[in-house]
Design a protein. Structure first.
Length: 129
């Protein structure tokens, strides 16, 4: 009797193993279908934006909403913050470059005699006409 119980337990374990494998394969198949649908949705958005057509009439807003729906809020907001920080970083770097160039130009103006010196140089360029 004990031996029959052991074989019953082994059989139950094997059945459970096959059930888990079947469930895993089903979940994998469903995930693959969702990824295919996501790819088709994105490709449809790209095609709509390229042709200028949209379901709502606003293709960019529709695309952003679809991406937010497909990836979920945490991933969407993470992407949003990364893009926002990237844009702000770029603006700060560009402002820094512009400020440095303004300082260099002001130094050139000072070495030429200030505003009046620059005007005199420009006048001298056109004095032959």
């Amino acid at each position: 009797m004990v031996l029959a119980g052991i074989f019953e337990q082994i059989g139950q374990t094997i059945n459970n193993l096959f059930a888990v494998v079947k469930g895993t394969l089903t979940a994998l198949s469903q995930t693959q279908k969702q990824l295919d649908n996501f790819g088709n949705t994105i490709q449809g958005m790209i095609d709509n934006m390229a042709s200028g057509t949209s379901n709502t009439g606003v293709p960019i807003t529709e695309a952003i909403g679809t991406i937010r729906y497909c990836v979920g809020d945490p991933v969407y907001f993470t992407m949003y913050l990364i893009i926002l920080f990237g844009v702000l970083f770029t603006v700060v770097k560009l402002a820094n470059v512009v400020i440095r160039q303004i300082i260099k130009i002001s130094e050139v103006f000072t070495s030429l005699g200030g505003k009046q010196g620059v005007i005199d140089k420009i006048k001298s360029l056109f004095s032959g006409f």
